[in-house]
Design a protein around this ligand. Structure first.
Ligand code: HEC
Ligand code: HEC
Ligand code: HEC
Ligand code: HEC
Ligand code: HEC
Ligand code: HEC
Ligand code: HEC
Ligand code: HEC
Ligand code: HEC
Ligand code: HEC
Length: 293
């Protein structure tokens, strides 16, 4: 749009006070917003202060008595432009270090899909909706996971999606050999997010069970919910164990005549079917290499 003769240069600032005249609804709520602090302090440069910190220099907009063409209007921006506008101030943090390659960014889910600056449902973090409704809005299929008989109590409000996920993107832990969705939180010290709460599984143990670290908890557990107790991926524990402990087809088959890896394990004897009845320290043990205690 060509500037009117005599209008201020597009780089001139008007200050936030003048916006009140024409946008009283936005202004009257803004004192609660963390972005208000830059106005209150009066110490920031104009480009980092109040309304114009996000909407850009607005002298021309004021002179023109408004209009979308003279101001940064977020709904008109591409997701990338929105992300860049917010990251001008919010890039310098670990929690968003990988935001440019997160699944959300790559699929056009920008900051304003989850955050609402002026109509936030939660004062903290300015979320457009509270969790988990925010996430279910797009991930409808995940709701069913948390309605299973065994589940983490997200729907009941005891936990949030973001206890395990970083919606801003994350890095796979470096120790992790298997692939994983990149939005799973990386807890401090480069470990599995689950260990933040399940600290007793952290180790290090004198005798580690390798899959706990190498493949990770999801090798055996469905993290959201499951029809099986203990959130296990399989209804019968031994089928889970035998995915790996198949002794190349011989484990436990003492009756077949093939030499077994373990003489004592006769899989036809029901006693041997519940592996964790005996191998009780399945996540690792400090006293027994076979996790028997
Ligand atoms: C942190 C960045 C940010 C700041 C600071 C900010 N805005 Fe906004 N504003 C937005 C975004 C983003 C939208 C688009 C709607 C949304 O996603 O919430 C918007 C939308 C608007 C709209 C369109 C109507 C509406 O309610 O959606 C107006 C008008 C507006 N802002 C005025 C202001 C005024 C006046 C101030 C200062 C009191 C201000 N904004 C401060 C980011 C900001
Ligand atoms: C003289 C009145 C007036 C003043 C002062 C004014 N605006 Fe506006 N503004 C308008 C009008 C009118 C519109 C167009 C509304 C529309 O088209 O829906 C508008 C639109 C906007 C929009 C775009 C809304 C959208 O739909 O995305 C933003 C953002 C905005 N103003 C921010 C500001 C900010 C920030 C200030 C203070 C620096 C400010 N305005 C000062 C009248 C004003
Ligand atoms: C001019 C710099 C600047 C821009 C641009 C900016 N912010 Fe902020 N934002 C801040 C500051 C400063 C705070 C307050 C931080 C604090 O007190 O820790 C803040 C706070 C927040 C918070 C609240 C954090 C909390 O702990 O509750 C959210 C969410 C947020 N901004 C989102 C956004 C989004 C989304 C955009 C883009 C539409 C944006 N910001 C653009 C400077 C900015
Ligand atoms: C997919 C949804 C989603 C997107 C996209 C998103 N956020 Fe967030 N953001 C959240 C949620 C949820 C929280 C609250 C996390 C919590 O409760 O621990 C949050 C927290 C924050 C916080 C406060 C805590 C912190 O990490 O510093 C800031 C600031 C923030 N987001 C800024 C942004 C900016 C800037 C963008 C875009 C570059 C963005 N967010 C994109 C969902 C999102
Ligand atoms: C505006 C829609 C939208 C919102 C809101 C949203 N997401 Fe997403 N999310 C997507 C899209 C699109 C993708 C990429 C495509 C896909 O994998 O479904 C994605 C991907 C993901 C992935 C990776 C999936 C995979 O297969 O690797 C996770 C995890 C995720 N989102 C969690 C969340 C959480 C947690 C929240 C709430 C804080 C949230 N999302 C909010 C749209 C959204
Ligand atoms: C207890 C931790 C935890 C919680 C809470 C959690 N997730 Fe997940 N989520 C994970 C893990 C771990 C994976 C990766 C699963 C895998 O590798 O098999 C995952 C995978 C996903 C995926 C991709 C695969 C799929 O099932 O579609 C999406 C999308 C997702 N989560 C969304 C969400 C949403 C939305 C919420 C909240 C309603 C949520 N998650 C809560 C740990 C969690
Ligand atoms: C924010 C804390 C938190 C995080 C993070 C967390 N959990 Fe949990 N987990 C719990 C709580 C609390 C329970 C107890 C069950 C309940 O809430 O009903 C539980 C229950 C479980 C159970 C079932 C225990 C039983 O006795 O039936 C398993 C298995 C489990 N979690 C695995 C995981 C895995 C795997 C992860 C990571 C993908 C994880 N948890 C992340 C808090 C957490
Ligand atoms: C090799 C498979 C396997 C892996 C990997 C694994 N688990 Fe388990 N986990 C099990 C089995 C089997 C049970 C049920 C034990 C029982 O019924 O006595 C269980 C039970 C649990 C329980 C409930 C009982 C208890 O001991 O507290 C929690 C919580 C749990 N696991 C968390 C985790 C976490 C967190 C991780 C990742 C650090 C993990 N698991 C990795 C197989 C595994
Ligand atoms: C993802 C593959 C995997 C799964 C599933 C798995 N394990 Fe293991 N397990 C291993 C590996 C690898 C070792 C280390 C073997 C070695 O060092 O020779 C091991 C070691 C063991 C050991 C110590 C004895 C030995 O050979 O070192 C026992 C006992 C054991 N597992 C029992 C179980 C039980 C019971 C289950 C089911 C709850 C199970 N495992 C599930 C991979 C797995
Ligand atoms: C009744 C108790 C008991 C049950 C149930 C049991 N084990 Fe064992 N397991 C042992 C004992 C004792 C040893 C050590 C002596 C031996 O090798 O027979 C052992 C050894 C092992 C070893 C290491 C030696 C080898 O043969 O490779 C593995 C692996 C193992 N068990 C896996 C399993 C799996 C998988 C299951 C479930 C299908 C299971 N165990 C069920 C008691 C049990």
């Amino acid at each position: 749009m060509a500037a009117e003769p005599g209008s201020p240069p597009p780089s001139a600032y008007a200050g936030s006070m003048v916006c009140k005249t024409c946008h009283p609804d936005v202004w009257s709520e803004f004192y609660k917003n963390p972005h208000f602090r830059s106005i209150a302090s009066g110490k920031e440069e104009p480009k980092n202060t109040g309304c114009e910190g996000c909407h850009g220099p607005a002298a021309a907009h004021v002179k023109a008595h408004g209009g979308k063409a003279t101001i940064i209007s977020f709904p008109q921006l591409t997701p990338k432009q929105t992300i860049d506008a917010c990251l001008r101030c919010h890039a310098n943090t670990l929690s968003r270090a990988n935001i440019h390659s997160s699944q959300h960014t790559r699929n056009g889910v920008a900051c304003t899909s989850c955050h609402s600056v002026h109509k936030a449902a939660t004062p903290k973090y300015l979320l457009a909706k509270a969790e988990p409704a925010l996430c279910y809005g797009c991930h409808t299929n995940v709701r069913a996971d948390f309605s299973m008989p065994f589940k983490h109590r997200v729907n009941e409000g005891f936990m949030k999606c973001t206890d395990c996920h970083n919606p801003h993107g994350s890095f796979a832990p470096t120790w992790r050999m298997a692939d994983r969705p990149s939005l799973v939180h990386q807890a401090p010290a480069n470990e599995e997010a689950c260990l933040k709460c399940h600290t007793d599984k952290r180790g290090p143990f004198a005798f580690e069970h390798p899959p706990v670290r190498v493949e990770g908890c999801e090798m055996c557990h469905s993290p959201h919910g499951s029809t099986n107790s203990r959130l296990l991926r399989r209804p019968v524990v031994f089928t889970l164990c035998l995915e790996c402990h198949n002794g190349a087809g011989t484990f436990g088959r003492t009756l077949s005549g093939v030499p077994s890896l373990s003489r004592t394990h006769n899989m036809l004897d029901p006693k041997y079917q519940n592996c964790t009845n005996c191998h009780v320290r399945i996540h690792g043990s400090n006293s027994d290499p076979l996790f028997l205690r």
